[in-house]
Design a protein around this ligand. Structure first.
Ligand code: PRX
Length: 696
């Protein structure tokens, strides 16, 4: 880690002391070495155009004109767009303010001040009122082929109202947090929308997190009600989810917080009757026993534009996961607008986003954005490669999917299974192919374009983050050429700034840290309960800028190429994992005295988790201990955070002041020991040879 941004951050923060640690990032020279640096490998000028007519934008000039206005006059630009949604009360003329400069006061963003609306109303009631109630809203496909469920917009609205009434009957009111721990059932987006309808703040917890992680999230936002499911089947494996919730609720209780109600959806597709799920009297109730008796009408809670909509916890370089808070109006408008422009989504379009609602993509591009556009959403419970890699294309063919949105990791995994599974199925319904979550290597991009899309579907490689709430840098299909591996150009209202280590903007082509200069409607508003940490994490590093944590390159055409994280966050299969979290989980094991985690290049996952572990005197890293350590991480975070490689480190490379030199660890992990660089500042240079001789 360089001292650059730290010293800069300290200067900036001088006048506004706060808790937490300023942003830490790798020096620019390290960007090229980033394991996921697809961009660095790709020829900068290669452009790809397919014949696609965007329904709203005729040309690059249209984009340029709109983009210019969105940056110069965001209030007027977004005001015009927001008129396309229902507002119970109109916003004020000067509805937009923001401050991104920590030396100038509290960091804040406000859009549509004075306006009131409700996102669930805009997602559902609006379509029903405008005569689209009979359009399919959700097309659910179970893990095992052969089971599906269709729900129209009217049906989803009715179910949302019933659940909203149930929540109200439990005493949930505007501003209360509700935790949701469910697999991909229709009930998951329904739960989110029911919360939004009554102004409750939902906190969806990915149904792969361990009880400890669930408990931490319940405790942080004091969620008295948990919406859960009995179980899920992923591929061949059935997973009991309710017992995870029970354990989590027990942990919360140990820490002095009582969950009052747990509503459990019986997931029949996971197999097993209700008797397999233990229920606690007075606390746990079944969805199908409770919800049908509630009214299918429920008055909407009109929310102020800046009222909180949801919380979603995400990992950073330090400390516990952060509760990213998004507010109502700006998030709604940006979720809807990006969906409309980037996927060219129109009412009734059959759209499939393979993300889980437990992550931000499932919030913005499975639930809110597409429903704001009136689209028909495929909700897929299973694993896209089960029972065979052809499953994805069977589903595409069966539902006649028009826009398909997934992560590079799945594309790479499908690519490795050859082309036959793709070619065997009709994909002529596909019009637009999207990718998200990590840099896509040009090879995977080209396969996606040429094999999956038969060379006729534009690819939209969308760069954004949990914190940005919506697409930030992304192609617009048919509007300007794409380049394999590039996220291309900023979306309306997004003003990127590529800076050097001193925060100085780099103009023209070059390479630097990716920051954003001014607020966009779905800017993260705060970290729940810790505004100081919010300011330090995102705004203290570079004065006046939001710092994304990513590095990037900009080419001669102004196209952006995301090179990956420059902080201590690793991106495994598009899932963001803080190295510090994995390290603290490992050291919970009594035999592990210290751990250091880095990312390394993984052919399918993008990055894998490489953990160096120091053990108590006399212990060696044998298979049994490896299993125990892996289990410790699984049970403290979740299976997806389990290290791919464990490397016994009798000593870790540290500077004389005791800081671990991660640069050295990254080089050893990526087998580039010939490029270790200067190790003369190590307290004990012998440690390096010891690590090299110890390779797992
Ligand atoms: O490093 C970037 C990577 O994913 C990070 C955000 O992770 P998360 O908040 O979990 O949200 C993922 C879904 C939006 C970013 O900091 N990332 C996301 N999209 C891309 C990407 N990296 C390269 N290209 C992308 N298209």
């Amino acid at each position: 880690r360089s001292a650059n941004s730290l010293s800069e951050a300290r200067k900036v923060r001088h006048s506004r002391p706060g808790k937490g640690q300023a942003v830490r990032c790798r020096p620019l020279s390290a960007l090229q070495q980033n394991v996921s640096a697809a961009a660095a490998a790709a020829p900068a000028m290669e452009a790809s155009t397919v014949d696609y007519k965007h329904s709203l934008l005729a040309s690059r000039e249209d984009y340029d004109k709109m983009y210019k206005r969105s940056i110069e006059d965001p209030a007027a630009f977004w005001g015009d767009i927001a008129k396309g949604y229902h507002w119970e009360q109109q916003w004020e003329d000067d509805h937009h303010t923001h401050n991104f400069d920590v030396t100038a006061g509290r960091i804040s963003t406000e859009f549509f001040k004075g306006g009131t609306t409700n996102i669930a109303y805009n997602c559902l009631d609006r379509h029903v009122k405008e005569g689209r109630g009979d359009v399919d809203c959700l097309l659910w496909e179970a893990n095992d082929p052969g089971t599906e469920r269709r729900m129209t917009y009217s049906e989803v609205l009715a179910e949302v109202c019933r659940l909203a009434n149930w929540l109200k009957a439990q005493g949930i009111k505007k501003g209360d947090a509700v935790a949701i721990y469910m697999p991909m059932l229709c009930e998951l987006p329904i739960s989110m929308l029911a919360c939004a309808r009554i102004g409750a703040i939902h906190s969806v917890i990915f149904a792969g997190f361990s009880p400890e992680s669930i408990a931490a999230r319940i405790l942080d936002c004091k969620a008295k009600v948990v919406l859960a499911a009995s179980a899920v089947k992923r591929g061949k494996k059935a997973i009991d989810l309710k017992s995870m919730v029970d354990k989590a609720v027990g942990f919360a209780s140990r820490d002095g917080f009582e969950v009052e109600k747990c509503l459990v959806c019986h997931n029949t597709s996971a197999g097993g009757g209700k008797e397999a799920t233990p229920m606690k009297d007075g606390r746990d109730v079944w969805w199908d026993a409770e919800i049908p008796s509630h009214s299918s009408e429920c008055a909407v809670e009109w929310m102020h534009s800046e009222d909180p909509l949801f919380l979603l916890y995400t990992s950073g370089s330090t400390g516990k996961p952060k509760g990213v808070l998004h507010s109502t109006g700006g998030y709604m408008v940006m979720a809807g607008t990006t969906s409309r422009y980037v996927f060219d989504l129109q009412p009734g379009d059959v759209y499939w986003c393979t993300a889980d609602c437990g992550w931000i993509t499932g919030h913005t591009y499975l639930t809110y954005g597409p429903m704001l556009c009136g689209a028909t959403n495929v909700v897929f419970e299973g694993t896209p490669t089960y029972p065979t890699p052809a499953r994805s294309w069977q589903v595409v063919d069966k539902f006649k999917v028009k826009q398909y949105y997934t992560a590079p990791t799945l594309i790479r995994s499908l690519l490795s299974s050859g082309n036959d599974h793709v070619k065997a199925h009709d994909r002529s319904s596909l019009k637009i192919l999207g990718t998200v979550g990590e840099p896509i290597n040009p090879e995977a991009w080209k396969w996606y374009s040429e094999v999956v899309g038969d060379g006729r579907c534009p690819i939209v490689d969308t760069w954004w983050q949990t914190e940005t709430g919506a697409h930030m840098i992304t192609p617009l299909p048919g509007v300007f050429p794409a380049k394999p591996g590039s996220a291309t150009l900023p979306f309306f209202g997004v003003a990127p700034s590529m800076v050097n280590e001193h925060g100085k903007a780099i103009e023209g082509p070059g390479e630097g840290y990716l920051c954003i200069k001014q607020a966009w409607p779905s800017t993260i508003r705060t970290i729940y309960g810790d505004h100081d940490r919010y300011e330090t994490t995102y705004f203290a590093g570079f004065k006046g800028l939001y710092f994304s944590g990513d590095g990037c390159r900009r080419d001669e055409d102004g196209y952006y190429w995301i090179t990956g994280r420059v902080d201590d966050v690793i991106n495994v299969s598009g899932h963001r994992i803080g190295t510090a979290e994995v390290e603290s989980a490992l050291t919970l094991h009594p035999k592990c005295t210290e751990a250091a985690v880095v990312g390394y290049e993984h052919p399918i996952k993008g990055q894998g988790i490489y953990a160096y572990v120091s053990l108590i005197e006399g212990e060696e890293l044998e298979d049994a201990l490896k299993k125990e350590l892996t289990l410790t991480v699984r049970s403290n975070i979740g299976a997806f955070a389990a290290p791919d490689i464990l490397h016994w480190a009798p000593g870790l490379p540290k500077t004389r002041s005791g800081k671990i030199m991660r640069r050295v660890l990254r080089k050893i992990a990526s087998k580039e020991e010939s490029q270790l660089g200067d190790t003369s500042t190590l307290a004990d240079p012998g440690v390096v040879n010891q690590l090299l001789s110890n390779r797992p």
